[in-house]
Design a protein around this ligand. Structure first.
Ligand SMILES: [Zn+2]
Ligand SMILES: [Zn+2]
Ligand SMILES: [Zn+2]
Ligand SMILES: [Zn+2]
Length: 348
């Protein structure tokens, strides 16, 4: 059997597990969780297999034994590490968090699950919402970042998307239940906005760490909502910047990362700081390169909207970045592999 044939079977199995998981939600929630997680793992393994079959095997890869199915496959954490370090196409941290939530839920279900009659409904609602979140991230990975690999299954993946629409009724049910509480919050003067993930007006917002930044969680689906109200660099009217460089202005202007850095950076470059001006710096939160600007004396990432008080300098490449750079001389930063990586490359 060829590697491409194996990839095909792996992806078809992953899609089969997903489909079964969605069908089983109401009748067998435990198996829905187990199958959904199995599908997530299979997609990650499929991406590894596409790079090289040996990446799917935990240790001592052996082709004959691999073909016979006689091997221990990589764990979730190890798969994520290999996707990052070997395939060089890492899973964004937000996606990883959602997959991890499904994984932990699966472990709990497998070992301890016992549904009492009255909690069953709540359990199903939680699972439905968790799967919607995980699917959103998985779908992005499969059809954007890993498009080249998974494009042949576009039709099947669209089928899963359609099938999952039925999960959305659980969001509506939760919204209805929460409506009195949300009305009370709004009456108390706090702003309740439409959630960027589920679209229900259930995101309770508070002011963020710089002016114009709004931050809050959705009470219906739990999604973190964040956006910056800013002046549109093109028409000067009020516009909104969501995370991921998603810019919305009625004039239709859509700046890229560079355009946003230019519009939002308040650093004044003079001949005295021309050479040691650290902005734009790198982001330790989303690993963005030169996406952090200076705004109101704080460090603001125009891509993930993270606000950090301080910058640190990588001990190896000397680039400025937010987040922790402990041991950076050895292990590097988001942009370099440090001295250990440098020596490893030299030894090749
Ligand atoms: Zn929501
Ligand atoms: Zn505009
Ligand atoms: Zn960032
Ligand atoms: Zn570095």
């Amino acid at each position: 059997m060829k590697q491409s044939e194996m990839l095909g079977r792996l992806v078809e199995n992953a899609i089969g597990f997903l489909s079964h998981s969605i069908e089983a939600l109401e009748t067998a929630p435990k198996f829905s969780v187990i199958d959904f997680y199995a599908a997530v793992e299979l997609f990650l393994k499929a991406r590894l297999l596409r790079e090289h079959w040996s990446l799917v095997v935990a240790k001592n890869p052996d082709w004959e034994r691999f073909l016979a199915g006689d091997f221990v496959s990589v764990s979730f954490d190890e798969a994520c590490t290999r996707l990052d370090k070997v395939v060089r196409s890492s899973i964004p941290s937000r996606a990883r968090d959602k997959f991890d939530a499904v994984r932990l839920h699966r472990n709990k279900m497998v070992h301890f699950f016992h549904a009492g009659e009255d909690s069953q409904h709540r359990v199903i609602e939680d699972i439905a919402i968790e799967q919607l979140h995980a699917w959103y991230e998985l779908h992005q990975l499969l059809l954007q970042q890993w498009k080249e690999v998974f494009e042949p299954w576009q039709k099947e993946l669209a089928g899963i998307e359609r099938q999952l629409q039925s999960h959305k009724k659980y969001l509506a049910a939760r919204f209805d239940a929460l409506k009195p509480k949300l009305d009370e919050i709004a009456a108390g003067g706090q702003s309740v906005c439409s959630c960027t993930f589920c679209n229900f007006a259930a995101a309770v917002m508070v002011a963020g760490d710089i002016s114009g930044l709004h931050d809050g969680n959705c009470l219906v689906c739990g999604a973190a909502n964040m956006w910056l109200s800013m002046e549109c660099p093109d028409c000067g009217k009020n516009a909104i910047l969501y995370d991921g460089c998603d810019f919305s202005c009625e004039c239709g202007y859509s700046p890229d990362e560079r355009g946003l850095v230019e519009a939002l950076d308040e650093t004044v470059v003079t001949k005295d700081n021309y050479f040691d001006n650290p902005y734009p710096a790198n982001c330790g939160e989303c690993e963005g390169w030169h996406t952090v600007v200076s705004r109101e004396g704080k460090n603001f990432c125009v891509v993930c909207l993270d606000v950090a008080d301080e910058l640190s300098y990588c001990g190896f490449c000397a680039e400025a970045s937010t987040g922790s750079l402990e041991d950076s001389y050895l292990v590097g930063c988001g942009q370099c592999d440090g001295s250990a990586g440098w020596h490893a490359r030299k030894d090749d």
